[in-house]
Design a protein around this ligand. Structure first.
Ligand SMILES: [Cu+2]
Length: 422
């Protein structure tokens, strides 16, 4: 059975890698695993954007991490072999690169729902073990986890659908579970051995009031020397910058545009990535980072940027706060050409953008120097803009744009200030 499951998984991955989003350069995927913790549900299949990624996941089971191209996903869970029409859980999540996620498919008696948690899968301190706990028991109160028989809490008041991570000295442990603040033991785990430098997930699943459904399962996430197998550690020389994109001009967008822009500097290579959703679907969206040529810090435009009070913050009105358009995020950023047709097209439906491009730092810096007199990338002083609304959106004449470009194309719909994170 285990072998069959792995073959099915490999097939699912092959299918998944043929998704359009995978045709972009994606050096570091998002990593998703699923806990089937819905005791009222049968064995399940899991779909991402309509493509099966897991088959026949049994109640109580925790899948391995699946590598997915970063982006916006609709995840659906169906009874095994039932097909998408019978999905009993549907959720939309943005999965970003080089991040581990656990999707808990949980249930109350009536409802099944999904909760997505970000996992820390970094190596624990030497000699310690990393232990993650998930509480997916709908009829249990928030719980304390104690060293068995001692009353000593290692974790307090973990609520339903909550998760927590501990590091503990390697060794063998037995835990008592009690309602938060109560001495009454409702469950004692079997002895659990934690090896030095390994990572584990403990999942409490089932219904407390239905004997035979309740239990705690231990799963090995990684063995020493740790997470490198699934998420290669960045090289020491790498510098990473991120901009959290927040919506702008939402009165004219069907849904708010949100996402993340990421800039990774490694040697002469700058990797540019944008993962966003909520853009007007099926149309190309201009995206750039903007900034000042005189060393001033760029910021996203505040509400008062709407100088002519027409209710829109147009491209021209951003300039006092953000400076000018510096680098286009399209097929050839070092060209600095703004008006070209190689910006990403938002997915239909959902309006997702998954953009990744590498550029030579040298080439980009010399272009910025000769065009704008800027000697340095100074990413921390820049802001990222996504532009473009429905081409048929009704905009007043007061909304300004680039010469000969409709305002619907250049109206900013999301902005984020770049910060260094690594
Ligand atoms: Cu721009």
């Amino acid at each position: 059975m285990h072998h069959v499951y792995r073959v099915a998984l490999a097939l699912a991955l092959l299918i998944l890698l043929s998704l359009p989003a995978a045709s972009l350069a994606q050096p570091q995927p998002a990593l998703l695993r699923v806990i089937h913790a819905a005791p009222t549900a049968p064995a399940v299949d899991v779909y991402a954007n309509g493509v099966p990624i897991l088959r026949n996941l049994a109640f109580f089971a925790l899948s391995e991490y699946l590598a997915l191209p970063p982006g916006q996903y609709t995840i659906q869970v169906t009874p095994a072999n039932a097909g998408l029409d019978d999905a009993f859980l549907t959720g939309g999540w943005l999965l970003t690169n080089n991040t581990h996620y656990t999707l808990m498919a949980v249930s109350t008696i009536e409802n099944v729902g999904g909760v997505l948690e970000i996992d820390n899968q970094n190596a624990p301190p030497p000699g310690q073990a990393r232990v993650k706990l998930y509480h997916t028991v709908p009829d249990a109160p928030p719980i304390d986890v104690k060293l068995a028989g001692t009353g000593t809490s290692v974790l307090r008041a973990l609520p339903f659908t909550g998760s927590a991570a501990l590091t503990v000295p390697a060794g063998t442990y037995q835990f008592d579970i009690t309602p938060a603040g109560s001495p009454t033991v409702i469950y004692t785990t079997p002895p659990l051995r934690f090896e030095p430098d390994w990572g584990y997930t403990l999942t409490a699943v089932g219904f407390l009031e239905q004997p035979g459904t309740f239990g705690v399962r231990s799963h090995v996430d990684f063995t020493a020397p740790a997470a490198a197998a699934t998420a290669p550690a960045p090289q020491a020389a790498e510098r990473v910058y991120v901009a959290e994109l927040r919506p702008l001009n939402t009165s004219v967008t069907e849904q708010p545009a949100t996402g993340t822009a990421r800039f990774t500097l490694s040697g002469d290579t700058l990797t540019l990535q944008v993962n966003a959703q909520g853009l007007y679907p099926g149309t190309m969206h201009l995206q750039h980072y903007h900034g000042f040529v005189d060393g001033q810090d760029a910021t996203c435009p505040p509400a008062v940027a709407d100088a002519n009070s027409d209710g829109f913050i147009d491209l021209v009105e951003t300039q006092p706060f953000t400076g000018i358009t510096l680098v286009p995020l399209h097929d050839d950023p070092a060209s600095l050409e703004i008006q070209v047709p190689t910006y990403p097209i938002a997915g239909d439906p959902g309006g997702a953008i998954n953009y990744a491009q590498t550029v030579s730092v040298n080439a980009l810096e010399s272009a910025l120097l000769s065009t704008h007199g800027i000697a340095d990338l100074a990413l921390e002083q820049r802001t990222v803009f996504l532009h473009g609304v429905n081409p048929n959106a009704n905009l007043p004449e007061s909304v300004q744009s680039l010469p000969n470009v409709p305002a619907q194309v250049t109206l900013p719909v999301a902005c984020g200030e770049i910060v260094r994170v690594q």
